[in-house]
Write a protein that binds this ligand. Structure first.
Ligand code: FAD
Length: 394
């Protein structure tokens, strides 16, 4: 049943992905009346519905590590907070670095420890104890984040949707925002394919389409659109859902357990192609990607030698100019708030919504300092740089 149209709101959130729904929920939970979410497709039809759901804290810049940590902390109690089950499993995350990445990994672990994350550099014997069939050839250093995990993206999203609706949030699907309405540089509403909605604040949580929303306010946020692929396989002997997620730099591979004894993964950069538009991309996994993934997987662990391919898919992501999130206010567009995660941010959904609600309702953030994620960093030359070569968004 379509939601009854409403032409007035306090806040309009553009996009019903993880960031939009977390924002809507957090606003409503803090007493903000009249929150309306406008979604051009259906709930979860963007990147969120195709996400791998890995909740790691492995980043090579301190502000990113803190952002990921704050979100992981929310995941730990999310079911208690919102009722629905996000399927969060705290299985841990093992990062295997080559010599080239080793110094970066030492920095990461030291920074994580300073923030209180349960992370250590571990001897190879610890990795072998967990994965007896692992091939560590070419690996220089291993780190183990014991409190990282993964969640089920659709379940997490729907848990936010259900709670937000219960708190009075309205969600208009099949409704595209085509313009932003302003007066004297201040947001006054949005124009959609179903009509106008007048409002006090607009949140751009449109994933890869955020650059289009910014362009409506004449703000340049050039995105690269990257197609990311995932595959699910079934090892012959099954796979415990508590085995740690494994990231192997040498084989540019990541894998995590999936329910039902399955394994989900991806990560070969060759398969991450740039596309010219977020609405035009191949949604199925390429056969070459599946073959490369299977080869990398069986070269990493023997148990995958005869694994069955179950399914594969692709999603589109929007990468910001320095591959890291842009969060908060935008210049020259008062009361337009941006929640752009740069395509590695399912894990950041819980904290993003909290930060957005704080910004809108308090005019500042309490959870953490978000200045490093400001749009102004591009003009000020304070951009992020990854310490890893294969993964510029780490
Ligand atoms: C294959 C793949 C694997 C991934 N794996 C991981 C992972 O393991 N861990 C992790 O942390 N992240 C991962 N990510 C990234 C993560 O999924 C995304 O960063 C995150 O889901 C983005 O959420 P979002 O809410 O910003 O955007 P989206 O989920 O894309 O939602 C944005 C919504 O806005 C809507 N919209 C756009 N324009 C308009 C408009 N004009 N009017 C109305 N609505 C509009 C869209 O239809 C869409 O539903 C992965 C991504 C992909 C594609």
């Amino acid at each position: 049943m379509p939601t009854e149209w409403q032409d007035q709101a306090e806040v309009v959130v553009i996009g019903a992905g993880i960031h939009g729904m977390s924002t809507a929920y957090n606003l409503a939970a803090r007493g903000c009346p009249n929150v309306v979410v406008v979604e051009k497709g259906s709930i979860g039809s963007g990147a969120t519905g195709r996400s791998g759901g890995i909740v790691r804290q492995q980043y090579t810049n301190a502000p990113m590590i803190e952002l990921a940590m704050r979100s992981r902390q929310i995941f730990e109690t999310l079911q208690h907070e919102i009722g629905g089950d996000p399927g969060f499993v705290q299985n841990g995350y093992i990062f295997l670095a080559t010599e080239r990445e080793a110094r970066g990994l030492e920095y990461v672990v030291a920074t994580q420890q300073r923030l209180g994350i349960k992370s250590d550099l571990v001897p190879f014997s610890v990795v072998r104890e967990i994965f007896p069939d692992i091939n560590l050839e070419g690996i220089a250093l291993a780190a183990f984040e014991r409190d990282s995990g993964y969640a089920e993206p659709q379940s997490t999203l729907m848990a936010y949707v259900d709670k937000a609706r219960e708190l009075g949030v309205k969600i208009h699907q099949d409704t595209r925002v085509v313009n932003l309405l302003t007066s004297n540089g201040r947001m006054t509403g949005v124009e959609t394919t179903r009509g106008k909605i007048r409002c006090e604040h607009v949140v751009a949580a449109a994933g890869p389409w955020n650059s289009q929303i910014c362009a409506m306010a004449r703000i340049s946020l050039p995105f690269r659109f990257i197609r990311l692929q995932e595959a699910v396989v079934r090892p012959v002997d099954g796979y415990s859902k508590f085995l740690p997620t494994l990231h192997c730099e040498k084989r540019v591979l990541y894998v995590r357990p999936e329910t039902g004894g399955l394994v989900l993964g991806g990560g070969t950069p060759k398969a991450e192609e740039q596309w010219d538009h977020p609405d035009r991309f191949r949604e199925t996994a390429d056969p070459e990607f599946v073959v490369e993934f299977a080869q990398a997987l069986s070269a990493t662990m023997n148990r995958f030698a005869n694994a069955d391919f179950v399914r594969g898919w692709a999603g589109i992501g929007g990468m910001t100019p320095d591959n890291h999130p842009v969060i908060g206010a935008l210049p020259g567009a008062s009361r337009l708030w941006l929640a752009a995660d740069s395509s590695h941010g399912f894990k950041l959904g819980p904290v993003m919504g909290r930060l957005m609600a704080e910004l809108i309702l308090l005019g500042r953030t309490e959870t953490m300092d978000i200045q490093p994620f400001s749009y102004s960093r591009f003009a000020e030359g304070e951009t992020f740089k990854s310490k890893y070569t294969n993964f510029p968004w780490f």
